[in-house]
Design a protein around this ligand. Structure first.
Ligand SMILES: Cc1cc2nc3c(=O)[nH]c(=O)nc-3n(C[C@H](O)[C@H](O)[C@H](O)COP(=O)(O)OP(=O)(O)OC[C@H]3O[C@@H](n4cnc5c(N)ncnc54)[C@H](O)[C@@H]3O)c2cc1C
Length: 396
């Protein structure tokens, strides 16, 4: 067994730190309004869309990242990516998350960036969608969830019916990340079979001028203005817009879901480590009853438990990534990592807030923001219960 970090990961982390210092931090200093206590008020307009000034900064980071070669680094080299393997890219994801909220999330792709699902593109689709996506010229979104179906998308109501050479798509999609800004949506609709069948669902590439953004959702945490409700009314697309095989939309998407779960766990570990480090520093300095609070077991044991949990999840996500990289089945481990990672980020925000006391509850530390944002990790990309269901299914 070799627990050392791949040297490629160490090199990329170092290069990323330089890139952030030179290319991202100056932008953050120019726009303190998007990161300060009132960030929510400044980022979105009255209709809850992100304002053009904020979108410009995100797009600038995206372009600089493309030029520096970080964007889409985990996509294969044949499509213009960096060909970085899953374990390395997860370790890099952890590293990127181990810092306060900022503009770094667009560096590796972030919401709407390159995704391995699009490796199913035909040559023509690649030219129209994947190539410009890899160049950071356009963005996408993943439109699966519906008002009545989240954990059970194979019961979806959206349909696509064949009419001559065209498919006619009808349906509604909810809470779609990057939905307000995407240039095209990877849209899932039933093309055959019955509600509840895994087969019979097809993924279509639908341009944004063909569907309506009905509403931008308001969320508890995360960057505001990021999720939208999309409506597809008699949207007509040709056969050339089918991604992968007709009736096998889930087959196309599954190739990506495992890696996505591992990245969420890795990101949770990075966030938790950042919060732990803040708590440790504070516990060293803050004095009550004439001594630093870190000298009290009531505080230091919370910190010790959190540090232990971080190590557990860190090695769990790395093990899951290593298995996938070695072509071993890892459904159970991916779900375990996502489940424990989501719980960890929430636990870390809670411990950090407790150690900081009242200071943690105020908006002038990032703890309050992390506390609100961590909660969604237990819900999206498969809830805690759905991960437990997968783990149990693999076992039983
Ligand atoms: C911020 C955010 C961003 C999102 N981004 C996207 C996106 O980009 N694209 C997209 O398609 N979707 C997106 N989603 C949707 C997300 O994937 C769903 O919210 C998630 O899959 C859960 O579905 P649901 O919310 O409908 O909950 P439901 O499926 O209605 O579940 C409700 C509750 O019941 C539990 N439950 C359900 N079934 C079972 C069961 N069999 N056993 C035990 N418990 C069960 C669930 O765990 C949950 O606690 C996003 C959601 C959020 C909040």
């Amino acid at each position: 067994m070799d627990f050392s970090e791949p040297s490629e990961a160490t090199q990329i982390k170092r290069a990323l730190d330089d890139f952030i210092e030179q290319e991202v931090e100056p932008l953050e200093s120019e726009h303190p309004e998007f990161l300060g206590e009132d960030y929510q008020r400044h980022i979105v307009d009255d209709d809850h869309y992100q304002v053009p000034e904020y979108r410009d900064v995100v797009e600038t980071v995206r372009q600089r990242s493309v030029e520096a070669g970080f964007y889409g680094m985990d996509m294969p080299e044949e499509v213009g990516g960096g060909g970085v393997e899953l374990l390395t890219s997860a370790i890099v994801t952890e590293h990127l998350s181990n810092r306060p909220p900022g503009f770094h999330s667009a560096i590796m792709g972030g919401a709407g960036g390159p995704t391995p699902i699009l490796l199913a593109c035909t040559d023509e689709q690649r030219e129209e969608y994947l190539d410009p996506l890899m160049d950071g010229e356009i963005t996408t979104c993943f439109a699966l969830t519906e008002p009545d179906h989240g954990s059970d998308p194979h019961y979806m109501d959206a349909t696509a019916e064949k009419d001559g050479d065209e498919w006619v798509i009808n349906g509604e999609k909810y809470w779609i990340t990057n939905g307000p800004y995407a240039d095209f949506a990877m849209t899932f609709a039933r093309t055959s079979g019955e509600k509840g069948d895994y087969g019979g669902i097809t993924c279509f590439l639908v341009d944004s001028d063909q569907y309506e953004v009905e509403k931008v959702h308001r969320t508890m945490g995360l960057t505001p203005g990021g999720q939208a409700q999309l409506r597809f009314d008699d949207v007509r697309v040709g056969e050339d817009k089918v991604l992968g095989e007709v009736d096998d939309g889930f087959g196309t998407a599954m190739s990506w879901i495992g890696g996505g779960r591992i990245k969420i766990a890795a990101s949770a570990v990075g966030t938790a480590q950042h919060l732990l480090d803040m708590a440790v520093d504070y516990a060293r300095d803050r004095e009550t009853f004439g001594k630093p609070i870190g000298h009290r077991q009531g505080v230091s044991f919370q910190i010790a438990d959190l540090a232990t949990e971080i190590e557990q999840v860190r090695w769990l996500y790395r093990y899951a990534a290593w298995k996938i990289q070695n072509d071993e089945r890892a459904r159970k481990e991916e779900s375990m990592a996502k489940l424990r990672g989501a719980e960890l980020a929430n636990e870390a925000a809670d411990v950090a807030m407790q150690v900081y006391g009242g200071a943690g509850f105020m908006k002038d530390t990032p703890i309050e923001r992390e506390y609100r944002s961590a909660r969604v990790l237990r819900i999206f990309e498969g809830t805690d219960e759905i991960q437990r269901r997968t783990i149990a299914r693999e076992l039983i």
